[in-house]
Design a protein around this ligand. Structure first.
Ligand code: SAJ
Length: 420
């Protein structure tokens, strides 16, 4: 059975590349988003987010008539829901956008449709979504009621693409397919196989939900280990970068890299979904989150100590000292500042410091509003020329290319080992 129309609900960092991937295989795709600006931009053949190669795929798909965007859901043979799942309150998952997406497609659901949830979700979310749909459409049968004979098929199929490499990973990575029934899994596999070069690995919806959370928690725990080591090494007078390089020469050791903290919308969020559902058991996962979340504050204290030292040595007043923060993005070589520990550090430092705080971020042209009036956007050359204290926050390629001789400052806080 083919899919005459595929509808992707949510045209963000995951939904738009997914919609474009189907459209690039000559599938008719309708992308739906509540953001009118995003819809208008896509319908012009352009994109509203930054992701390598996505612009060209979207342009070709729109010009070829395979992809269009709308603020209103339309009937389709397959719906993919890729909306945000942030947390609320005490780090509990907020399913409000998934619920709104389910409510928006319910009126246009037809017998035979496949509904896939892609958003990172707590265990049980797919069954919950199926419940909302069944309530809104009592005229249709769903897997939780009719099993294999259901008129609507439902599956959980998490995305696992790395921002910055989405157009490659979307197609090459294996895809976990968690159908509510084997028929649901078979149909979901058929859908993804339209563009997938990786394998569809079939399981049930609850295991697929937990699998996504597990992958990101695994990475968070491993980064927390590296971050904890960086604190220990600072106290012991050991270069953590050298230490990790040496330890990783052991055939069964593979330590990740410390940094200013963990950012982005996934790794700093998803482990909390496990903690919220399993507060007694998830001790290590919770502690890893706490270790990573506390790292920016440790970095700020290091900078304060460097400034104090600089004041004592130079006899300058605090207002005469310039601090330069290198990098604002949440990780190297991207322009995404959301949930970035570097942003948090720049914001808190500039609020504390009475002198000038420079921010160097080669991937942006204007400062985000939180920093306007507190920081000045500077080039690498200006910062190296003017600053007394350097704070390396993101190992962007251009920063790694700075020659050692250009860095004359005595006071350096290097969270990424670039100037080690
Ligand atoms: N980081 C470190 N040290 C490291 C690696 C990363 O401090 O050794 C930091 C980064 O600087 C960044 C944060 O961790 O602040 C997250 O970056 P990332 O590159 O590890 O991951 P994301 O958030 O860009 O994407 C992750 C990926 N998950 C895994 O690798 C398990 C991606 O595959 C997921 O699809 C994505 O989350 C998601 O959407 O869930």
């Amino acid at each position: 059975m083919s899919f005459a129309t595929i509808s992707v609900i949510g045209l963000g960092y995951i939904g738009l590349p997914t919609a474009a991937a189907f459209a690039s295989k000559q599938q008719h795709v309708v992308g739906v988003d509540i953001n009118q600006h995003a819809v208008d931009t896509i319908n012009r053949g352009a994109i509203h987010i930054v992701e390598p190669d996505l612009d060209q795929v979207v342009k070709t798909a729109v010009e070829g008539g395979f992809l269009r965007a709308s603020t209103q859901p339309v009937a389709a043979e397959a719906f993919l829901i890729a909306v945000p799942t942030p947390f609320k309150g005490d780090h509990e998952p907020d399913m409000v956008y998934v619920k709104a997406a389910a409510e928006s497609i319910a009126p246009v659901l037809k017998k035979g449709a496949l509904v896939i949830l892609e958003s990172t979700s707590p265990v049980g979310a797919t069954e919950q979504m199926a419940g909302w749909l069944a309530e809104l459409r009592p005229d249709l049968t769903f897997p939780q009621q009719a099993g294999e004979a259901a008129e609507i098929n439902i599956a959980y199929c998490p995305e696992r693409v790395l921002p910055g490499q989405v157009m490659v990973e979307l197609i090459k990575n294996d895809r976990v397919i968690g159908g509510m029934t084997p028929v649901c899994s078979a149909r979901a596999s058929e859908l993804y196989n339209i563009f997938l070069e990786g394998e569809c690995v079939v399981t049930n919806s609850r295991t697929a939900e937990m699998c996504k959370l597990t992958e990101n928690s695994f990475r968070d725990v491993n980064i927390a280990f590296a971050n904890e080591l960086s604190l220990i090494c600072a106290d012991q007078g050991i270069n953590v970068w050298e230490l990790i390089r040496l330890a990783n020469r052991h055939p069964r050791v593979n330590i990740l890299q410390p940094g200013p903290g963990v950012g982005g919308h996934c790794i700093a969020v998803d482990p909390w979904f496990i903690v919220a559902q399993n507060p007694q058991q998830a001790q290590l996962i919770r502690t890893a989150r706490e270790v990573n979340d506390s790292k920016p504050h440790w970095v700020i204290n290091q900078v304060k100590a460097a400034v104090a030292d600089c004041l004592a040595e130079t006899g300058k007043r605090a207002s005469e000292i310039t601090i330069a923060c290198f990098g604002l993005a949440f990780k190297p070589n991207i322009d995404d500042l959301r949930e970035s520990p570097a942003m948090e550090i720049a914001e808190l430092l500039s609020g504390w410091h009475s002198g000038t705080t420079l921010a160097v971020e080669p991937n942006i042209h204007q400062l985000p509003k939180q920093l306007i009036g507190h920081c000045e956007l500077a080039t690498t050359a200006e910062a190296l020329e003017q600053a007394d204290v350097l704070v390396m926050l993101v190992d962007h390629q251009p920063f790694k290319a700075i020659a050692g001789a250009q860095v004359q400052q005595r006071w350096i806080v290097d969270t990424k080992g670039v100037w080690r």
